[in-house]
Write a protein that binds this ligand. Structure first.
Ligand code: GDP
Ligand code: MG
Length: 206
């Protein structure tokens, strides 16, 4: 098997207080859409996006909550096999910044196999567009300080509404996952190859 024909699957989970813009960031990143209305629930567990990083073909599988973060009841399937955890807060709401420690600890507890010092986290400060920045209460320096104390977590300031820095933030998440020592899944990239191989084995190709 030609190794270059393989692609990498990265499971990225997005965590943070309800209302910070997690679903909006994902919608903007994957569908290039922004919805002003508040929708706490989405239908699917995850969305996927393909990207090339260096010579690698990477599929990001991005998991969003369906609003359960309000009740602290995210099941173990949500955390299982995560390759990167994206923490999101709203730069206009101090409480969402102060709960980052909680979300980080919760992730490390639920996905308990991980070494807290090496597992790749990424921090996003979202809604930087709001009121032209006048309602902002968490400055960039403060956010970067928190990242530094947590082992130099990469930090991105975004606006899901205006599609500012959203691609870079998820690219940063993918790069952090690839650079980490945590093992990720590699699978075949070409359907025709998969079919041929399956036929060789005499199995079903569907
Ligand atoms: P979630 O609960 O973390 O998934 O947050 P949502 O994505 O549902 O967003 C909550 C609310 O914030 C919605 O009304 C969004 O339209 C709004 N919102 C999300 N991102 C942004 C942003 O970058 N700028 C502004 N101004 N509003 C945003
Ligand atoms: Mg949501």
């Amino acid at each position: 098997m030609d190794v270059s024909k393989r692609r990498i699957l990265l499971k990225v989970i997005v965590l943070g207080d309800s209302g910070v813009g997690k679903t909006s960031l994902m919608n903007q990143y994957v569908h290039k859409k922004f919805n002003q209305q508040y929708k706490a629930t989405i239908g699917a567990d995850f969305v996927t996006k393909e990207l090339h990083i260096d010579d690698k073909l990477v599929t990001l599988q991005i998991w969003d909550t369906a609003g359960q973060e309000r009740f602290q009841s995210l099941g173990s399937a949500f955390y299982r096999g995560a390759d990167c955890c994206v923490l999101v807060f709203d730069v206009n709401t101090l409480k969402t910044f102060n709960t980052l420690n909680h979300w980080r600890k919760e992730f490390l507890k639920q996905a308990d196999a991980f070494d807290p010092n090496t597992f790749p986290f990424v921090l996003i400060g979202n809604k930087i567009d709001k009121e032209g920045g006048r309602s902002r209460v968490v400055c960039e320096r403060k956010a970067r300080e928190w990242c530094a104390t947590m082992g130099n977590i990469p930090y991105f300031e975004t606006s899901a509404k205006e599609d500012y820095n959203v691609d870079d933030a998820f690219l940063g998440a993918a790069k952090s996952a690839l650079a980490s020592e945590h093992p990720y899944d590699i699978f075949l990239s070409s359907v025709s190859e998969t079919v041929a191989e399956t036929q060789q084995r005499g199995g079903c190709a569907c």
